[in-house]
Design a protein around this ligand. Structure first.
Ligand SMILES: [Zn+2]
Length: 77
């Protein structure tokens, strides 16, 4: 994550923060709160790095196996 890069969409300033990630896989929905991300201060777009994306994929895979309709995971908890 580079702190000083600019948003590829709008050229706005990026800063470190957290975002909420949601995945809908048909039979259920997974919501992951407080995912570390780089946020654009101008357009609000959130950029999740590869390491976090891999982690999210794993969480979504687990939730899918649990078979619950709604799974809410808070990474800050
Ligand atoms: Zn932007």
């Amino acid at each position: 994550m580079t702190e000083r890069s600019l948003c590829p969409l709008c050229g706005g300033q990026l800063e470190a923060g957290t975002t909420t990630f949601t995945a809908d896989f048909g039979r259920g929905v997974v919501v992951v709160r407080h995912v570390p991300a780089t946020l654009c201060t101008q357009c609000g777009e959130a950029w999740i790095d590869d390491r976090q994306a891999a982690k999210l994929e794993e969480l979504v895979g687990n939730a899918r196996r649990n078979g619950r309709a709604v799974e809410v995971i808070d990474l800050a908890a």
